[in-house]
Design a binder for this molecule. Sequence first.
Ligand code: C2E
Ligand code: MG
Ligand code: MG
Ligand code: MG
Length: 292
Amino acid sequence: SAKEKGRNQYQVFDPGQHAWQRERRFQLIEIAQAIENDEFELHFQPQLRMADSEIIGFEALIRWHHPEKGLIAPGLFLPAVEHSHLESALGQWVINHALAKMQQWQEAGQEIPVCINISAAHMMDPAFVDVLSDCLLAHPSVNPSQVTLEVLESTALEDTKSAANMLARCRKLGVQVALDDFGTGFSSMTYLRSLPVDMIKIDQSFIRNMLSDANDRAIVEGIIFMAQRFRHRVLAEGVETLEHAMALKKMGCDLIQGYGIARPMPAADVLSWLENWQSHARHKSIIHELRS
Ligand code: C2E
Ligand code: MG
Ligand code: MG
Ligand code: MG
């Protein structure tokens, strides 16, 4: 409303406001301009199935290509976007661009599954399913089954009945759903019990120390066990070393993602990276070492 707008504009210059609030408000104005100026881009990180060294897909990760500051990581601007009027706009930008890349790759002869991060608040927006459906219709060569929505455990899902209903409607469109950073929220078990999902991503904070920390290892083992009992696929994030990959394989987690395979890369590099992987890199990979 005009009244709200006026108040917001006033707040920008309110000397009584906390510095971080002012900072955040300025950042939101900058972000709105950045959406218009097309300054965001998606990078893609491969996900590996160890059993046969196949790349099963890529996760799309947003970056801000700032004209002066260079490439900015999402951790530095997404917190400002969360719960703001830009959350849906940026979320839609991400879905559109991810599907556009999938369509390009499809037309180049490669069907590449892509995981798209969705903020829970955006997903719970009543318009979300229609927007997603329109986006899919606008990219007809993309098979919806190759699209996975990654959603974080979040207070926006606390009404698990509505959340389950929303996820079910998304899955009706043919897309898959993954629970991201699993285990870091306060209600992981409730979500596991109540939400219809296809995959669970074990948060990298548990993976990082699991070789030295018995508690973290127990958590990782527990999550893998539960995922299997629920018949969800389970993927470990933040896998950096061969030792981590080996331990995960032994524990029964065959899907991994992390710097140990590749860092997120610009979309323009994905096809050549895949070709290189398929022709020889896989034979030098941690997985090949696992077998020999
Ligand atoms: P996430 O979805 O859990 O993504 C994984 C993060 O871990 C990414 O950070 C990735 O670059 C990083 N990572 C991957 N492998 C390794 C590894 O082996 N070691 C370490 N130390 N880090 C690794 P990034 O790109 O900075 O993204 C951070 C978070 O921002 C994401 O966590 C996700 O929650 C959010 N995010 C990123 N892109 C989007 C987006 O398009 N939309 C939304 N809503 N959120 C996004
Ligand atoms: Mg993710
Ligand atoms: Mg994650
Ligand atoms: Mg994360």
